[in-house]
Design a protein around this ligand. Structure first.
Ligand code: CP
Ligand code: NVA
Length: 302
């Protein structure tokens, strides 16, 4: 595999292997390996990042490589400055791989076509595959298998949610149900149309919290209501409020149901503080698993 852009590009077998290897590597406590010796990867951020930046930087170094981290503000890229293509070509002159966090998913797609180097999606407006893998790894770590698990996504269908949808479509054994206001589903469908992606989610998207489905949930996941570069008006805010992950919601799920969130989180907006800071929250475990899944992605590509 040359690039890691989206979950849909991996086979079921590759996904399961990646998750199991990540788990095994975590258990073995083997930090240093040499898959990336003599390799330098450029980590480029058009949007802010704490976890992705740190975990990729450390993962690459633990695999024997080095990193060059660039923020959009530091380089010439811009509408009236240097083009994306020239920027990507320049990265390719010096680096051995590209880890990109971009405003428009199309930038990642063109980078992967333009450049001979491996390209990794570190989040776009469309997807966040690394985050979804960390969530899947957390589920696997908690339950020993993904078979017959029920996942509920609450709130807007964000880039993270989209990667969960792709993982669900791989038939890894878990079910997915999404609770979100109709208008957010329409927004999601419009975005998918823009990227020429067909969606067929009517069976799994619900515009009310469905207590029967919630009662079977092994995991409840949400994301910020305002993804980077997006905003919501007060009318939409009133609609999304109904989909906050509260203690009341978690009490309706299975007693051992875990709560996950990509972070950063807004306490008492998309999730009640007592949920994210409570016993069933696995947000820190999920964030720490970013390191392990990303090491496996790097091993696959190099
Ligand atoms: N979850 C995640 O990608 O976090 P950062 O935005 O901090 O990288
Ligand atoms: N949906 C969020 C994820 C942040 C990790 C965003 O795009 O801002």
């Amino acid at each position: 595999m040359k690039n890691f852009i989206d979950i849909k590009e991996l086979s079921k077998h590759e996904l399961i292997n990646l998750l199991e290897n990540a788990l095994q590597n975590k258990k073995s406590k083997t930090k240093l390996q040499n898959h990336l010796s003599d390799k330098n990867l450029v980590l480029f951020f058009e949007k802010k990042s704490t976890r992705t930046r740190l975990s990729f930087d450390i993962a690459i170094k633990q695999l024997g490589g080095s990193t060059t981290i660039l923020n959009k503000e530091d380089i010439h890229l811009g509408n009236d400055k240097e083009s994306v293509n020239d920027t990507i070509n320049t990265f390719g002159l010096y680096a051995d791989g590209l880890v990109l966090r971009v405003n428009d998913h199309k930038t990642i797609l063109s980078a992967s076509k333009l450049s001979n180097l491996p390209v990794i999606n570190a989040l776009s407006n469309l997807s966040h595959p690394c985050q979804c893998l960390a969530g899947l790894m957390t589920l696997l770590e908690e339950r020993g298998s993904l078979e017959k698990l029920n996942v509920v996504w609450m709130g807007p269908i964000t880039n993270v949610a989209n990667s969960w949808i792709e993982a669900f479509k791989k038939e890894l054994g878990f079910s997915l149900n999404i609770f979100c206001p109709e208008i957010w589903f329409e927004k999601y469908n419009e975005k998918m149309k823009e990227y020429d992606i067909s969606t067929d989610l009517d069976d799994i998207v619900h515009h009310r919290i469905n207590d029967q489905i919630l009662a079977q949930a092994d995991a409840v996941i949400t994301d910020t209501w305002k993804s980077m570069g997006e905003d919501i008006n007060s009318q939409d805010y009133d609609l999304i409020k109904e989909f906050r992950v509260t203690e009341k919601v978690m009490k309706k799920a299975k007693a051992n149901s875990i709560f996950m969130h990509c972070l950063p989180a807004n306490r008492n907006e998309e999730v009640e503080a007592s949920v994210i800071d409570g016993n069933n929250s696995r947000v820190w475990q999920e964030a720490s698993n970013r390191l392990f899944v990303q090491k496996e992605i790097l091993k696959l590509l190099f």
